[in-house]
Structures are given as structure tokens and as C-alpha cells.
Write a protein that binds this ligand. Structure first.
Ligand code: MG
Length: 242
């Protein structure tokens, strides 16, 4: 090869490389055209600035009784406590969400199995992430704390002692209602319990047992269960993901 043609070949190769890099950069920019919204994450445990605060420790304005009227759980010292007045539900309804809930089982241990520190967080009033005192309290695995009740046991048991505050961070993708005769498109649960993964993209196909609401819907209320035990809740917030 002559000197001149070698130089021309190298120039062409360099030009092609530059062109390829430029095209790749354009493709990346074109596929990612929107700047993510800036939000304030707030203190550890939230709420972030774009969340809907469902309970900030002061009142039950965002809630009503599932059996009718205003929610009547006891509010004191920045927490709400189950008090045998029935389950409560949000006034607003939700589809796909990120949900943060903090709860504590009664410090005074009473009962065992499903009778100890039982409550629950129902997405769309249908799909329960079980709340239970699962500290040295054996029960069926898909009924312990962090279970998708009746469907999926938690991957591990990171439950703290009764009386200590615990966190649930729940990412819920709702099942999609189908035309009559068609199968419902499943939804998914991903759940962190005290920061530990316990449900990993688990399918949500149908209603769980003991749910008052049935069938797949676009939106439904969040429900906190009164199972007869004085479980406490605080710092509840939600971010719709639609
Ligand atoms: Mg329950």
C-alpha cells in the first residue's frame, strides 16, 4: 500500500469512529429526553416532597371507618392505635403505588400465632401485606409478618421485638381489570420489611382471603385492618406511580 493511501485509510477510519460515537450519543439523548423531577426526600423514612401524607401523627382526616362514618382509632403521641372500632380505609383511592407504613405490635405480649399483634395493610382493600408480631411467634408461613397473606411467605423474617417500630416499604402494581371472559393481567408486590427485601416482584392474581373487596379494579382504598389487637401505626405516606 502506498503511503498516501494508508493515510487516507486511517483518516476514513477516524472519521467513521467519530461518526459512530456521535450517533450513539444522539441515540442515548433521544431515548432519555426528560429530566427527572427534583424532589426533596425528606428525613430518613420520609415523607418525600411529592408524597401524599396519609397520617402524620395528628389526626385521621384522610381515613374513614370501613363500617361507615369517620375513622375512630385512638390518636395519641404521634401514633394511631387499633381500638376495636373496625378497620379503616383511605378516603382517596389508588392504583399503582409506593407506600410507606410504620407499625408496632403491642409491647405487652398476649395470645399467639394469628392472635398476637395481628393487623394488616390492604392494597386496594383486597391484597393484604400481613402485620403480625412475628418475634418468636410461629404461625403458617404465608400468614406471618411481611407475607402477602395467603399467597407468599416473606423471604426472611426481619421482625423486631414487640413494642418496637417497624417499617414496610411496599411497591404495588395493581392487577389490570380484564374484559369479561379474559384473564386478569396480574399485578406485583415488592416489599421491604425493616429495609430488608421480603417480597420480590411477587405476582398478584386475585383477592386474598378475609378481604372485604373483590375483583380487579383501576383504583381502590388502602385499608388498615382491625383484627382485635391494639397495633399502632405512624408515618404513613403514598406516592401514586401511574
Ligand atoms: Mg392481618
Amino acid at each position: 500500500m502506498k503511503t498516501r493511501s494508508v493515510a487516507a485509510f486511517l483518516r476514513t477510519r477516524t472519521t467513521l469512529t467519530i461518526l459512530a460515537v456521535a450517533l450513539a450519543a444522539i441515540a442515548v439523548i433521544a431515548a432519555d429526553p426528560k429530566e427527572p423531577a427534583k424532589i426533596d426526600p425528606g428525613p430518613v423514612g420520609g415523607p418525600p416532597s411529592d408524597a401524599i401524607v396519609l397520617f402524620d401523627g395528628k389526626d385521621l382526616a384522610q381515613w374513614r371507618a370501613q363500617n361507615g362514618g369517620d375513622a375512630r382509632w385512638t390518636v395519641a403521641d404521634g401514633a394511631m392505635t387499633v381500638n376495636a372500632t373496625g378497620s379503616i380505609m383511605t378516603r382517596e383511592e389508588f392504583g399503582d403505588v409506593q407506600l410507606h407504613v410504620e407499625w408496632a405490635a403491642p409491647k405487652e405480649v398476649k395470645g399467639n400465632g394469628q392472635g398476637r399483634g395481628n393487623s394488616g395493610v390492604y392494597l386496594q382493600g383486597r391484597y393484604e401485606i400481613q402485620v403480625l408480631d412475628s418475634w418468636e411467634n410461629p404461625t403458617y408461613f404465608n400468614g406471618q409478618a411481611g407475607a402477602f397473606y395467603g399467597n407468599a411467605a416473606p423471604l426472611v423474617n426481619p421482625c423486631r421485638k414487640p413494642g418496637e417500630w417497624q417499617t414496610y416499604d411496599i411497591i404495588f402494581r395493581a392487577p389490570r381489570p380484564a374484559a369479561e371472559g379474559d384473564a386478569v393481567e396480574p399485578g406485583y408486590f415488592t416489599v421491604l420489611f425493616n429495609g430488608v427485601l421480603v417480597q420480590d416482584h411477587v405476582p398478584v392474581k386475585g383477592s386474598t382471603t378475609a378481604a372485604a373487596f373483590k375483583g380487579a379494579v383501576q383504583k381502590g382504598p388502602l385499608v388498615l385492618q382491625d383484627h382485635g389487637n391494639p397495633v399502632q401505626y405512624r408515618n404513613i405516606w403514598v406516592r401514586p406511580l401511574n
